[in-house]
Design a protein around this ligand. Sequence first.
Ligand SMILES: NC(=O)c1ccc[n+]([C@@H]2O[C@H](COP(=O)([O-])OP(=O)(O)OC[C@H]3O[C@@H](n4cnc5c(N)ncnc54)[C@H](O)[C@@H]3O)[C@@H](O)[C@H]2O)c1
Length: 444
Amino acid sequence: MKTNQIKEPNGKLGVLIVGINGAVSTTFLAGVFAIRKGFAKPIGSVSQMATIRIGKRSENNFPFIKDFVPLESIDDLIFGGWDIRNESCLEASRYAQVLEEKDLARVADELEELRPMKAVFDQEYVKRLSGDHVKEGENKFDLMTQLREDIRQFKKENSLDRIVVIWAGSTEIFIPLADVHKTKESFVKGMKNNDRNISPSMLYAWAAVSEGAAYINGSPGLSVDIPAIMDLAAERNIPIAGKDFKTGQTLIKTVIGPMLKTRMLGLNGWFSTNILGNRDGEVLDDKDSFKTKEESKLSVLDTVLQPDIYPELYGNFYHKVRINYYPPRGDNKEGWDNIDLFGWLGYPMQLKINFLCRDSILAAPIVLDLILFADLALRANMSGIQDWLSLFFKSPMHSPNAVPEHDLFIQMMKLKNTLRELMNEKQITHVETEPAKSELERQA
Ligand SMILES: NC(=O)c1ccc[n+]([C@@H]2O[C@H](COP(=O)([O-])OP(=O)(O)OC[C@H]3O[C@@H](n4cnc5c(N)ncnc54)[C@H](O)[C@@H]3O)[C@@H](O)[C@H]2O)c1
């Protein structure tokens, strides 16, 4: 293995989770502990379960990704994090009601031990939440400095040399890009002046990158997706990635959308609605948080279908996304998609998808993959936006002069080719031809 430009994952990897008591975080943590103890398999995790082809198809060489690239082992992750309520991750898992008591019981000790640090939180940015496990400070700069101190302390106490910070906190209200986000100088000034356009998730991102930690944004808010923090990340050689874990209906959209375009079938309309009863659903019931989510979910089809290039097929489709808070369903979301498409001579057809999924069960393996790949990027000196990780995001971060890639299978090809390149293996373009040999010749 030629890993000359990647540092080996020596020691343990620190993982700091913002919103550590949420449904996604606790489901992720309980899963990691269960996998470590041999009670479960990492189902849904690309880094743990997927293989990667090396060389020609005829060479039959398909190692597991985790054996091909030097990823940190799932056994060597040390967890910590912040939340607004001072309860253990065990209590929080019970509140989330994603996992059954029999599954929690097997990892109760590990979950009980984990307690959040005080959060930087302001209800102005998440209207439906309140909590008292919250830091106090002179201004936003002071609060950000306290987060930096938390990261340093965590690193020191656990003798760590690498940290990944991941935002799995609630969706904040919609904040459009503003002048204060544009340069490092304006951002620092804004933190000191308590600028309203600087939300808590941006303070975590700035603190993480300043402390040399990779930062991942799992929710749709801007957080790290602002020029000031991107510049800081480039300057410090830090990988960043986001936004918004790609789980239920958007995952489907980035498979069905490319299918329509691949076969040049037209689209008149796509109506997506769902019912969801967890705390995320409650937060998204507020119109300002929903707007952040809506922006993230709506952008997908336009980018995939390119209506400007294919006006006859996609120039006029109606796209609606709704999320309905419905407590009886808890984390078990039910989504309906109605797709009005058209084909030869314009004849209409319909496609209906009814996905009875589990939000946090779909998100948890993504959290694991993002942490391990972000750490790989950190050790490989890959700084700035990691667009090869777009596979995991609804609204992948991208440079201002490039459009994001949403097609799930192109995203996967990009991820695998990036890994091949990192390991000095040939990229696979799928144009190579294999030597033709008939079955009879092979048997002879
Ligand atoms: N579950 C999915 O399929 C999925 C998919 C895409 C994105 N997401 C996003 O992931 C995030 C987490 O989802 P969830 O279902 O776990 O939600 P959740 O409400 O169960 O958890 C969010 C946690 O964040 C905490 N929190 C909020 N603001 C905080 C702050 N400033 N500092 C520290 N902690 C804070 C809350 O107290 C809560 O414990 C949400 O933003 C959601 O939109 C989830």
